[in-house]
Design a protein around this ligand. Sequence first.
Ligand code: IVH
Length: 671
Amino acid sequence: MNNSPKDRLNILKKQIAEFSYEYHVLDKPSQSDAVYDGLMAELKDIESKHPELVTSDSPSQRVGNEVSKGFSSVSHVSRMLSLNDVFSEDDVTNWIARMQKLMPSQNNFSFYADVKKDGLACSLIYIDGVFNQAVTRGDGFKGEDVTDNVRTISSVPLRLRNVKETNKFLTGRLEIRGEIVMYKKDFITLNEQREKSGMELFANPRNTAAGTIRQLDSKLVATRKLHFLAYDILPENTRDISTHQEVYELLSSLSFKGAEYGAQLTDTKAISAYIDKWSQKRESLPYEIDGLVIKINQRDLYDKAGVVGKNPRAAVAFKFPAEQSTTIVKDIFVSIGRTGAATPVAILAPVKIAGSTVQMATLHNDAEIARKDIRIGDTVIVHKAGDVIPEVVEPMIKMRTGREKVFHMPINCPECSAKLIKEKAGEAIWRCPNLGCPARSQKHIEHFASKGAIDIEGLGEKNVVALIESGLVKDQADIYALTFEQIRKLDRFADVSAQKLIDAIKDKKNPPLERLIFGLGIRHVGIQTAIDLANTFHSIEGLQQASLEDIAAVNGVGDVVAESIVAWFSDQKNQELLDKFKNLHVIAKHAQKAKGPLSGLKFAITGSLIEMSRDIAADQIRGLGGVFQSALGKDTDYLVVGENVGATKLKKANEYGTKQVDEKSFIKMLA
Ligand code: IVH
């Protein structure tokens, strides 16, 4: 089924050429940069392994963008360069080391950093303080004269401000470089208007800005809200400005926008903090950024370091890890979960996304696979954001060879051969109904030992599998019967690691009651329900003896959950499991929570928090007696509103009359 490298290169070249045409000629890309970059990375990888296959028409051989017809061409007085991309803090450290080696006598240089605005690079020329000409980057040597269009941008000063700090720059020629962007909100409004009038939608703010400036009709440009964000000054006398810090101060004095977030940084620690800050805050900016620019602050050293190809040595573009890429679906297998859910999972050719290597992605269910038409052998777009499980977005149908295979859900459980069933008609999920299915037991044990439940250190998936395969462990209780000698005999363990595991298990013989209830893996019982049950029934026995009505009466527990709990406790196997726990002296402890300052209050969180993860926030709320809800409900008292929040969530909160607090006020409530 695998294509030969040559065939694969041809498929890649064709698709990349199409994307490139959409992007550069039509200014209307149909896919994100990350998808394009993913294909390019694969192409370059194949070419590096098979140099004999590199042809002159390969997209890897292309240099620079051409100047388009329609505008007159202008030579840049000083070449407009690009930047080398770096993708990690390690890359930044290596770059600094190279700089130090290059200038050993100058080890006291500092750095200057800014957000990397995602737009169209443009140079403005001022003569005697008056706006004279605007030129695009073009190929770096020559650009397009877009003066009439740029004149319509209101943040471009037509005459520079004359104050004490700027005075000496107002005679002769002064060049200001920056990026023309469209703000995110204006982009959304523009597309909404276009949709209403039945016009085609623009792909993203950057292409809209670039497309707009390259329009020949400047009246149309004037109707689009664009901004010029400055990042550099080229004075006639280079000695007039000695650092990038001074450049940014002068830009503000000259009344340019764009210098707000520039920062002088003294060392790698400060650079690292700047990267962290903007990785979290990028969405809060009014415009899109595609990374950060970090450069040597001292201009003389910057120039001295020189240029390699199109890039200065003394600056780098730190690119935020892309959340999308492309890869190939090598196979699809079915994974059986704790509840018996049979989930198709794609095995992918390993690909790096958002800093980690992705090799698998859930495909949810067979109906979803059919809806997206994902086939084995397909090139697919994969998305991974933060800690979220990677997802296959869509197949790239044009890259098919005809040899891709349609996936069919198996009739039987791949682990125990029981016939897969659907519990209710119309349900999307197939399940293995066999409670003794080895895959289900394994997942139950993994869940029991996991961080959110009993939290037994060192008992992750691989060790659980080893313990099951050795026959030592069949259920959650067996963990507590393990001895040092038994564990030590297994291949995966040595004296120290075996002892560590024994100690970790012993440490969790009296887990908090809510963790034990959650760890049992009763369907529909999440940690909050487990907390509510523990607070009501105070012991496992108390819960075991409770009636359906007693359980359903617990605040937040509905009929479905109550039925599921009663069914679990009436199953003989589960009763035996509880007896086993007792015999091994595994006894949960329960301390009635003292009433805290948040007692009785229900919280939900929307958007991302800057200071803490959602899990930590939930723990803090619970620690103070409050209830954390995973979704906003009518009974929610407070909605904590983080960054990047969708309008629908807030609308719902307004409808319910839920009080809204921002992260700062929320943290005050925790104090
Ligand atoms: S400094 C040698 N600062 O990113 C160019 N550039 O990929 C050094 N850009 O050509 C430029 N924001 O068009 C600089 N804050 C910023 C920037 C920035 C966006 C663009 C610029 C540059 C390109 C490199």
